[in-house]
Design a protein around this ligand. Structure first.
Ligand code: PLP
Length: 442
């Protein structure tokens, strides 16, 4: 694929330079059609049995995007009372929220018990604390009805993911309850009068080979047979997206995955005697491809034979490359052509600006941000058309773990977020943070 921005009609006819002029750079730009399309795909993973796809909102918590998930019929996973509050604000009823915290204080369990939000416990110690909290609130008449029902997060002993930091099951992670401890779950539940309504797992993030997930499903269903009358079984998230799309990386084979999943479920249902509600927890798949970051090149220099293109997309704006060594494709959208000023560029058509990038030499450049850290690198030794001061770039696939992981490091306020709606209109869905916002907390 030569240009994702053009081929997906990402800006729906709007000129990227005009969006950059209106909202400044860096700016997160989302495309509603792409977001909805990916959400629909995950909503249809299982059709034969009761199923909900729980969008894992840690990937992106903008309330306007949560509203799209609500409209597309997704349920949601939350990792904190803050995420639950955003979901309630977006209009999600409590029944459609699943709370999956780890290592939290009693106050967080009190929050979910009083609100009646299904909670998963990540360790025997947390199950014990949930039980104590539930018992106390129940005695005080403050526990929501049904809050004796809870879930446990199983560590199935195998994990997978694009880097060690996102492998969330297996022998080397902090997550979940190991299989050997399952009998203790029943003892604790009985002690407090809790009911284990569901089990969940999440083995890790970003796999393109469905076999890894299918193996994890088979394994969890084996474990599930040891639990009586489960209301739900949640297989976790992790479906990958092609981050190397400009190199024509294949997509996650969703249709093939669905076909191969069904017989595994058939066998379980026949054996278990009924079909509980099956769930998944995709985050990245729902939102990653629905966003690009528009950024500006401000300085180009040579240091010891390396060409550095310095942009305003620092590690505070997108931390994934520095944190996980992640790859994000970069496209040159508008040519800055030397010393031309911003006003001149906005006055010209994007097609003309794009034309002026043609014929540029391609060579290895290291694209960096404006943060005072040597790890502030967006793309290392990347083959790109020669970048020049004033160029407008798009960093692709930034909708997941992009804005939700940004920070005001170096006291650089966080960027704005803009949605290109399906009718082509452009809506600001989060204003740019200001230094006054930062000062207000002190
Ligand atoms: C418990 C849990 N569920 C779901 C997800 C979503 O994963 P992904 O965005 O890879 O689908 C995560 C992400 O790490 C997670 O920790």
């Amino acid at each position: 694929m030569e240009s994702f921005v053009r081929e997906s009609n990402f800006f729906e006819g709007n000129a990227p330079e005009a969006v950059a002029a209106e909202y400044g750079t860096p700016v997160y730009v989302y495309n509603e059609k792409i977001l909805r399309d990916r959400m629909r795909q995950v909503a249809g993973v299982i059709t034969k049995y009761p199923y909900t796809a729980n969008y894992s909102v840690k990937a992106n918590t903008n309330v306007h995007i949560l509203k799209l998930a609500l409209e597309e019929g997704l349920n949601c996973d939350a990792m904190s009372p803050g995420e639950i509050t955003l979901l309630l604000k977006a209009g999600f009823p409590k029944e459609r929220i699943f709370f999956i915290p780890n290592n939290v204080a009693e106050s967080e369990f009190a929050f979910s018990i009083e609100k009646g939000i299904m909670t998963s416990l990540d360790s025997l110690a947390q199950l014990e604390l949930y039980g104590e909290t539930w018992k106390a609130l129940s005695a005080a008449g403050k526990a929501a009805s049904g809050s004796e029902r809870c879930a446990v997060r199983i560590n199935p002993g195998v994990g997978a993911g694009h880097c060690d930091k996102v492998v969330t099951a297996g022998k080397k992670t902090k997550f979940g309850i190991q299989e050997a401890d399952i009998p203790e779950i029943f003892t604790i539940a009985e002690r407090y009068g809790l009911k284990i309504a569901g089990i969940n797992q999440h083995i890790g993030s970003l796999f393109m080979d469905p076999q890894l997930y299918l193996d994890a499903v088979t394994n969890l269903l084996r474990i599930a047979r040891g639990f009586e009358k489960l209301e739900f079984i949640d297989f976790g998230g992790g479906y990958g997206i092609p981050y190397h799309k400009l190199q024509d990386e294949a997509r996650f084979p969703m249709e093939d995955f669905k076909k191969r999943l069904e017989p595994i479920l058939d066998e379980f249902v026949a054996d278990y005697g009924y079909a509980p509600l099956f769930k998944s927890e995709p985050g990245r798949f729902c939102v990653a491809e629905g966003s690009v970051i528009l950024g500006r090149v401000h300085a180009v220099k040579q240091n010891n034979g390396v060409t550095y293109a310095g942009t305003d997309v620092g590690m505070n704006v997108l931390v994934r490359p520095s944190m996980y060594d992640s790859w994000h494709d970069i496209e040159l959208l508008g040519a800055g052509v030397g010393s031309e000023g911003l006003e001149d560029r906005v006055g010209r058509q994007d097609a003309e600006l794009e034309g002026s990038r043609d014929g540029r030499d391609r060579f290895e450049q290291t694209v960096t941000g404006n943060i005072c850290e040597s790890g502030d690198i967006l793309a290392k030794s990347r083959m790109l058309p020669e970048l020049r001061r004033g160029d407008l770039i798009a960093v692709l696939d930034t909708g997941a773990y992009g804005y939700s992981m940004c920070s005001p490091y170096n006291s650089r306020p966080r960027p704005a977020e803009v949605l290109i709606c399906k009718d082509g209109s452009v809506k600001q869905i989060r204003r740019r943070e200001t230094i006054e916002d930062i000062l207000a907390l002190m």
